[in-house]
Design a binder for this molecule. Structure first.
Ligand code: SAH
Ligand code: MG
Length: 942
């Protein structure tokens, strides 16, 4: 389906990861870097300023991973310290960023070396998890002193696994094959002994006193330990159950697992890779079906083996698991030499399964398994409290052993780059605006992209590629919609892919052709045969079996869709009508509970409840029945409604402690009852309504308004009071104006940092704007006077005063006109009378205005302290002007000043009466703190 040319291009794009990028890919936000600064005096440099007290600053990086913590050496640059720490962690954990570079011969050599390392004397004192196994083995009283099961070696060391994968790619999904590869390598070593093809140990004994001291190291307590684990029977007809492992500290826990699996001893037990979150020791254990065949690389499994494939367990860990299996969260870790163990509940098993579905992690992260659904649209609203669509898609690919998705971003001028794992470098002093993009670790050239940030829009293309048959493209999507921000383009694209995968996974009965049609309509190209085989091999089930596994929640979505098509769900509503509805685009805050009920009321279990759950209306962020019900409620009303039972597995993943009981009862004649209360409705964000209603958006119109005044006045200096993230200043730089000096003031440091970044980028990449000589950002309150901003030509204060208390707004007015004294001051603020139009428009776009609606009108933004009518605003402005010898005129943007209810955003333009100030101001107040400063001259002078 996809041409070969396409494929080879992808191969080129595959970047080799730098240590930090690799750690990021593996651990994401769980990798915590902490920089420690150490000061150290150094000798005066040769330039030798006599009084230079030179202190060199060095940095040490501490990297905390779920599994391990490391500390780098000191470096003069923070970045180097971070890289060094990342590199150390990768080495310690045996993770390799490029295992494919080895030839099988080299890999075998490395494997032998790695194994040898495990059976040296010093190794016993290392923090490697295997050391824990060997130490407990040395305490054995039977013939197997010092011996550990071979499969535990593979289970505990990532590097061993990676090397085995080079020897035989099938090893990734077959722990039995790994065992036979280890045997082969161990037999090439004289330092290691293999016993009965199941045990592995040091050839010869540890020095006598030495092993005694190791024995003494362990505090042997008589206390018994109990760990809850799960039994996953081979037959899918039997339910998964909890079981308890009992052992004492002096006993090897693997022996207890062997006992529970009716195996002779721990050497017959095979261990899977870990499943679930990064630091988990959750693994699957099963009895080895016969002695592994070590003579052939290409181990052909016989029919019997296929018959005994444990589908549920295999699907969970993505490796072949045979026969009955036990899932337990137990083992030695990098973090401590003590044995780590934790109970596993039945519902955590079902949550793991749910987490493998394209939308599963979304539901889990929202803490709303039965209520939440993957939204159809990416907005920055409360639907994405947890992982973003991109993170969800990456997690899905990782879980299904696919390569990390590749996102390429196209900007308006067509420059295209693979952004994944790229490092940006912004160049200053350039002739033309450009950015150099360096692909980490690769020796290839820098990609140079010339671009203009202000006018760029972005498009994103996503590719999902096979890891096993790299670079085979399984899914490729290019979307037509454009976004102003790159990250929005990426998120939207990721969401579309997720949504399609979700449909694919949930409706196994839909013929492939229709799914492909859906995909095609969305510009998604799917190599269906390859995708199917890829997703199936990872669970080792074949063809449609995979899709059956994959579709644990199938019936319920199809049903939700049907209900939606039919219209509103019937619900019983309680409470008086408060008149406040949750309209599309607004954020509804609800409390709800879901109860599992039996028709004869013999069963009543609360499965899920949330005291406060927020979601955006109109984007499918919750099941249709719930959204339909909430749309019929007004604030403070509550309701109940009933839905058919979703799949059993979904119920069990929501059930928590009652999962055990529910899994044993029949769910015949059961249904779910939802009780919902609408607590609060938050309006659609101000700028989103404005964007939808006004073209160009109001902020742009305010900017144009300001530019006109600047040009009228031939202003050379401008200060923006309450500049926020610097939108106005940034956009001003795109216009040709007479301005030479610009400044911004705000009390939000966070906004100021953003403003600094944006302005810095623009000023340093775009030297066309010759007229600008200086730009400064100040942290300070505009109700304080700072003499550095005295007598600027023009001052703006756009959509700021309503964020202050009314008396502060008045104070600002007095201060600005009596002390800052700009020639022109432009103040804008929302016109409260216009709100009904904005708010009603979120239901139906209509520009009519009616008086009676004004009663329940709310403010546009929750941070607004007030919103004034035209009369209130004019009163404030007229009084102010009069007191300070300014004239004032009123105008506005959005709508029309001649028609009711006036402009959407009202503007007052104050003009100083005399051009010459009576007495020049001589004060020296400087309460503002300079956050960032840019001087045209200094860049070239220094
Ligand atoms: N002028 C910008 C931002 C408007 S939002 C625009 O049009 O997009 C309002 C801004 O006013 C916020 O950034 C807030 O931090 C700032 N602000 C509120 N009170 C302030 C005060 N007393 N001094 C300075 N800035 C203030
Ligand atoms: Mg505002």
């Amino acid at each position: 389906m996809l041409e070969t040319e396409e494929i080879s291009k992808v191969a080129m794009e595959q970047p080799a990861l730098a240590p930090k990028a690799f750690i990021h890919q593996k651990f994401g936000s769980k990798a915590l870097y902490r920089i420690e600064e150490i000061k150290q005096p150094i000798e005066t440099s040769c330039s030798g300023l006599p009084f230079a007290q030179n202190v060199q600053c060095l940095y040490i990086c501490h990297l905390d991973l779920p599994e391990l913590s490391v500390r780098s050496d000191p470096f003069p640059r923070k970045k180097d310290a971070e890289h060094a720490a990342a590199k150390m962690a990768i080495e310690k954990l045996g993770l390799q960023s490029k295992p494919n570079n080895l030839t099988p011969q080299e890999a075998l050599g490395e494997l032998v070396g790695r194994l040898n390392g495990f059976f040296t004397d010093e190794f016993l004192f290392s923090i490697h998890p295997l050391a824990g196994h060997i130490k407990v083995a040395l305490r054995r009283a039977d013939d197997h002193v010092g011996m550990i099961p071979i499969s535990i070696v593979a289970g505990c060391d990532v590097k061993v696994n990676n090397l085995c994968k080079v020897l035989n790619p099938k090893a990734a999904s077959d722990p039995l094959l790994v065992v036979s590869l280890i045997i082969r390598a161990a037999q090439m070593s004289t330092a290691i002994l293999i016993c009965n093809e199941r045990w592995i140990c040091k050839q010869g004994s540890y020095p006598a006193g030495f092993s005694q001291s190791v024995k003494n190291l362990a505090v042997v307590s008589a206390e018994n330990m109990h760990v809850k684990a799960l039994f996953i029977p081979l037959s899918c007809d039997k339910v998964v159950e909890t079981l308890t492992l009992n052992f004492s500290e002096s006993q090897y826990y693997m022996e207890e697992i062997a006992r529970k699996l009716h195996s002779a001893d721990s050497s017959h037990i095979v261990v899977s890779r870990t499943v679930g979150k990064a630091a988990s020791e959750m693994r699957l254990y099963f009895s080895a079906p016969g002695v592994p065949d070590r003579t052939s690389d290409n181990v052909e499994r016989n029919v019997n083996l296929d018959m005994s494939l444990n589908e549920r367990a295999s699907y969970l860990c993505g490796q072949n698991v045979y026969g009955d299996a036990i899932m337990a969260n137990i083992g030695y870790t990098w973090k401590s030499t003590d044995l780590f163990y934790e109970d596993i509940s039945l519902s955590s098993y079902y949550r793991l399964i749910l987490g493998k579905l394209p939308d599963g992690n979304y539901k889990l992260s929202r803490g709303a398994i039965l209520a939440a659904e993957l939204p159809t649209m990416y907005t920055i609203r409360s639907n994405w409290r947890g992982p973003t669509p991109r993170e969800l898609l990456c997690a899905f690919c990782r879980q299904h052993q696919l390569a990390e998705p590749l996102f390429s971003i196209k900007s308006l001028d067509g420059a295209e780059i693979a952004r994944e794992h790229c490092e940006f470098k912004i160049m200053s002093k350039s002739e033309r605006p450009y950015i150099d993009v360096k692909v980490n670790g690769s020796k290839s050239d820098l990609h140079r992209i010339e671009f203009d940030r202000a006018t760029s829009t972005f498009r994103c293309e996503v590719k999902i590629i096979s890891k096993k048959r790299f670079p085979l493209v399984l899914i490729k999507c290019s979307f037509d919609d454009t976004h102003r921000k790159e990250s929005d383009a990426v998120q939207s694209a990721a969401l579309k892919v997720l949504s399609w995968l979700n449909m694919y996974s949930r409706q196994p009965d839909i013929p492939m052709e229709s799914l492909l049609e859906f995909a095609h309509a969305d510009n998604i190209i799917v190599s269906s045969k390859d995708l199917l085989s890829e997703l199936s091999t990872c669970s080792s089930a074949y063809d449609t079996k995979m899709r059956k596994n994959f579709s644990l929640v199938s019936s319920c979505t199809a049903r939700h869709r049907a209900v939606c098509d039919k219209g509103m769900v019937l619900c019983k509503i309680d409470g008086p009508d408060s008149g406040i509805f949750a309209t599309p685009g607004s954020v509804a805050s609800i409390s709800y509970a879901v109860v599992l009920m039996k028709a004869d009321s013999s069963l009543k279990e609360v499965l899920e409840s949330n005291d406060e759950f927020e979601f955006e209306m109109g984007v499918g962020a919750v099941i249709n029945e719930l959204e339909s019900c909430v749309s019929q409620l007004t604030v403070n009303q509550s309701a109940q409604f009933i839905v058919e039972l979703p799949s059993r597995d979904l119920i069990l993943s929501a059930a928590g402690p009652s999962a055990k009981f529910i899994s044993q009862s029949s769910l015949h004649d059961c249904f779910l009852e939802f009780s919902v209360k609408l607590l609060q409705v938050m309006d659609p964000l101000e700028d989103r309504i404005e964007q939808a209603l006004f073209s160009p958006p109001l902020s742009k119109q305010r900017l144009e308004f300001a530019v006109e005044r600047i040009n009228e006045l031939h202003a050379t200096s401008l200060v923006d009071f309450g500049c926020g993230s610097g939108c106005l200043l940034d956009s001003l730089l795109d216009h040709t104006t007479t301005l030479e000096k610009i400044a911004g003031v705000d009390i939000s440091r966070k906004s100021l940092m953003r403003a600094a970044k944006v302005l810095h980028l623009k000023l340093s990449t775009t030297p066309i704007r010759k007229s600008i000589r200086s730009a400064v950002l100040y942290d300070g309150s505009i109700t304080n006077f700072d003499s550095r901003l005295h007598e600027f030509d023009i001052a703006t204060c756009l959509e700021v005063i309503e964020h202050m208390e009314e008396d502060q707004a008045c104070l600002f007015g007095d201060i600005v006109l009596s002390l800052f004294c700009p020639i022109v001051l432009i103040v804008s603020t929302p016109n409260y009378e216009y709100n009904p139009i904005l708010q009603r428009s979120s239901v139906l776009p209509s520009r009519e205005y009616s008086e009676d609606k004004a009663a329940s009108v709310r403010f546009r933004n929750h941070d607004h302290k007030f919103e004034w009518t035209r009369e209130q605003f004019q009163l404030w402005a007229n009084n102010l002007a009069e007191r300070h010898h300014y004239s004032v005129e009123f105008s506005g943007v959005g709508g029309s000043g001649d028609m009711e209810p006036g402009f959407a955003s009202q503007i007052a333009v104050f003009k100083r009466a005399s051009n010459q100030l009576e007495k020049p101001y001589l004060g020296t107040e400087i309460p503002y703190e300079v956050i960032w400063e840019w001087n045209n001259g200094s860049i070239y002078n220094c």
